[in-house]
Structures are given as C-alpha cells and as structure tokens.
Design a binder for this molecule. Structure first.
Ligand SMILES: Cc1cc2nc3c(=O)[nH]c(=O)nc-3n(C[C@H](O)[C@H](O)[C@H](O)COP(=O)(O)O)c2cc1C
Length: 165
C-alpha cells in the first residue's frame, strides 16, 4: 500500500536526519539591508562555470533580500563557529545577526573572517520549487583557510568530522 502524505513527510524527515551536511551562513544585501541565514542546502553545481546553489524557504525573512540581491556570499563554518550558526537560525535575531567580531560588513554581502571558506557569487538564476527558492550563482571570488574542520549537522545536532580508521 502507498504511504499517505503525512506518513511520507515523517519518513522523509527521518531519512533526512541521516544526511550529514556542512553548515554555512548565506548572506545578501538589498537596499542597504544586510541579512543572513543558516543553511545546509548548499551545493556545488559545476566547475564550468564555477557555480553553487542554495535553497531558501520562501517564508523566511532572508528570502526577500536574497531574491532581490545581485550577489550573495556562502560562508562555510568551522566547527568552532556553532554559536554563529545559532545567530542565523533564530528568526528573532532580525538585524542583530552580525554581532560576532569576525563579520566584515563594509559593502555588499557580509563575509566571515576565519570561516572555512567564503564563496562570493553573482546571482544568475532563481527557480522556485515547492516551499523553497533555488538560487544559482557564479562564483566571482573566494577565500579559504588551511584548517579543514567543518561544522556538520546530522541527526538534528551539530557534529564534526572524524577520520575512519
Ligand atoms: C543547521 C541548520 C540548517 C538549515 N538549513 C536551511 C536551509 O538550507 N534552507 C532554509 O531555508 N532554511 C534552513 N534552516 C532554517 C533557517 O536557518 C531558519 O529558518 C531561519 O530562522 C530563517 O530565518 P529568517 O526567517 O529570519 O530569515 C536551517 C537551520 C539550521 C539550524
């Protein structure tokens, strides 16, 4: 027998808990308003051109800024930056998100010094599907640090990588 929609969604949620994803903060700017959002739905699209995509819920405050901005920045977090992830996944935080000293908010989408990597992208294409907007961008500049130790999210909790011996 086929599952009903509610059972399917619950099973889907359980299946998704089994994906370990790297946590990033996506930032954008529109009409002087700088905003960011914690996201795990961040994917490399292609090397030709060098491009990335991010999925953003259409009900989030960030969606409006992201869909109107010309560019965005993907800040891939280090496992020591869990508190910054909390700053950007809390809808109550509003415009007080960029309180950590490592944020550079001069012009354009803010970027986080000491993140694993900062990928600056020009927004090229947006598609909506279901509840989300899928934003595709061409990477125009990037920086990274040498220490590869990303902040992960799996089974509803933060985690870090461990070598398999
Ligand atoms: C680890 C983690 C990953 C998340 N990934 C996404 C994501 O990929 N896309 C998304 O739309 N929301 C994601 N969220 C939820 C948003 O960060 C959250 O809804 C945020 O409060 C939206 O804020 P806003 O409505 O103030 O813009 C994630 C939250 C957490 C904690």
């Amino acid at each position: 027998m086929q599952k009903n929609e509610a059972d399917m969604q619950e099973d889907f949620r359980q299946a998704m808990r089994r994906i370990a994803s790297t946590v990033s903060i996506i930032t954008a700017e529109y009409e002087g308003i700088q905003l960011g959002m914690t996201a795990t739905s961040v994917t490399c699209v292609s090397f030709e051109p060098v491009s990335m995509l991010v999925c953003v819920h259409q009900n989030s405050k960030f969606y409006e800024v992201m869909s109107n901005s010309e560019s965005f920045c993907i800040n891939i977090l280090h496992h020591s930056q869990q508190s910054i992830s909390n700053d950007f996944s809390n809808p109550g935080k509003g415009n007080n998100q960029f309180t950590h000293k490592d944020w550079v908010t001069k012009d354009g989408p803010p970027h986080l010094e000491n993140a694993q990597a900062n990928l600056f992208a020009r927004l090229e294409k947006t598609v909506t599907f279901g509840t989300h907007g899928i934003f595709m961008g061409i990477v125009t500049d990037l920086r990274y640090i040498d220490d590869i130790a990303p902040l992960l999210y799996a089974n509803g909790a933060y985690a870090k990588t461990m070598p398999v011996i």
